[in-house]
Design a protein around this ligand. Structure first.
Ligand SMILES: Nc1nc2c(ncn2[C@@H]2O[C@H](COP(=O)(O)OP(=O)(O)OP(=O)(O)O)[C@@H](O)[C@H]2O)c(=O)[nH]1
Ligand SMILES: [Mg+2]
Length: 388
């Protein structure tokens, strides 16, 4: 399963985002380092369920909206010089290893300094926070490389290819290959045989870029001054109000409103009488949602998975005529897969044995056989025929 990690300086709203997205009960407070141990939970990407267009009822979606699970990690806040162990530095950075992509949460309201202390809205430049996280991650990677560098350079005895492999081996856990290192070497015009460890910092920045795609989430947009918002919008920041999303999720859970994560509006449930405070709170949230077409939490998760990681959703079925499994459940599974995946990849994802015994696949919509190397599309419904 795909894993997204929430990272950023302390007190920017990572745990609020996490709680809103997973509905897990985690601690939230207006001071730095509320979270020390990482929180692990399940969030969802939202997509249109194919049952809607096929005029079927699947029982796995809500009004035609399918929520597909992804892992979400909420980690301790990171402060400048974390790579040197400041704050909870290294522990935090190690928690990012398992992430496929990072949601870098910043405080778009500019109300907290670089260490997460409240300073009053508009008194800190959030653009600074964007740069610092990339730098800390780069230096974290550099620190790891430094530990191995003497061995790698000694072992290679001046042979470039051995050095490339040696570096790639250190970062296999981050999905880095020898080809990646060779590409970076060419791009940066580095001579790995003769570089000093300091000259490897740009290479480490590239390793971070390749292994940890990052979406910057401008949280607390409900309090962000216009001048900061327009500066951040120019940097393609995904705006969010995690506190608004959390309030809506709680209100929907209590049947006060009708709202699905990712909706651009909510409606107050029939026969519910609201207190003046509730009315005021909801009106403020509605105002934010109008401007950003929602609270931004679901939108950020979707953007990370579908745009950053380039994933599609594919639905395996056993009966292509009724779009169901052997038990008659319609569209029982939804799999997130990389764009460029084939039916054979899907077979492997369903089960290793089904992958090994793969014979052919059928597109359930057209009932046509598709080739093993055919490229799957988002929303495809596929029957796999295998010897197992
Ligand atoms: N106005 C506003 N406040 C928010 C929002 N999200 C979080 N907050 C507030 O920001 C403060 C910090 O929230 P947390 O979720 O604990 O922040 P964190 O990033 O997890 O903090 P650490 O665990 O200390 O790193 C709390 O007072 C939240 O209520 C938001 O969207 N808007
Ligand atoms: Mg926290």
């Amino acid at each position: 399963m795909i894993t997204l990690a929430l990272a950023g300086k302390p007190n920017c709203g990572k745990s609020t985002f996490f709680k809103a997205a997973t509905m897990a009960n985690v601690e939230i407070a207006n001071y730095p380092f509320t979270t020390i141990n990482p929180n692990f939970g399940v969030a969802y990407v939202r997509t249109k369920c194919p049952c809607h267009d096929l005029h079927l009822t699947c029982g796995h979606c809500v009004d035609g909206n399918r929520f597909v699970a992804v892992n979400l990690i909420d980690v301790a806040g990171l402060v400048p010089d974390a790579h040197k162990g400041k704050g909870l530095g290294n522990q935090f950075l190690d928690n990012l290893r398992q992430a496929d992509a990072i949601l870098h949460v910043i405080d778009a309201s500019g109300g907290t300094d670089s260490e997460g202390n409240p300073v009053g809205v508009g008194n800190h430049d959030p653009e600074e926070d964007i740069r610092f996280l990339i730098f800390e991650m780069t230096m974290w990677v550099h620190g790891i490389l430094e530990k191995h560098w003497t061995r790698i350079s000694r072992m290679s005895q001046g042979k470039g290819t051995v050095i490339q492999q040696g570096i790639a081996d250190v970062f296999t856990g981050l999905g880095i290959t020898m080809e990646d290192i060779r590409d970076v070497e060419l791009k940066l015009k580095l001579d790995l045989v003769h570089v000093t460890i300091e000259e490897l910092i740009p290479l480490c920045a590239e390793i971070v870029k390749i292994s940890k795609p990052m979406l910057v989430v401008g949280n607390k947009v409900d309090e962000a001054p216009e001048q900061l918002r327009s500066k951040l919008a120019a940097q393609n920041v995904a705006f969010a109000s995690a506190a608004s999303e959390l309030a809506l999720r709680n209100a929907a859970g209590a049947h006060i409103i009708q709202y699905l994560p990712g909706d651009s509006v909510f409606s107050v449930a029939d026969k519910v009488s609201l207190t003046a405070a509730q009315k005021g709170g909801l009106a403020k949230i509605a105002e934010v949602m109008k401007q950003y077409k929602g609270t931004g939490v679901q939108q950020a998760i979707n953007r990370a998975v579908f745009d950053l990681l380039d994933m599609i959703v594919v639905y395996p079925v056993e009966d292509e005529n009724h779009f169901c499994n052997k038990k008659g459940e319609v569209l029982p599974d939804a799999f997130l897969m990389r764009k460029g995946s084939t039916p054979h990849d899907l077979a492997h994802q369903v089960h290793t044995d089904i992958g090994k015994g793969f014979l052919y696949a059928v597109d359930a919509r057209t009932k046509m056989r598709i080739k093993e190397n055919h490229l799957l599309k988002d929303g495809d419904i596929i029957k796999i025929v295998s010897v197992h």
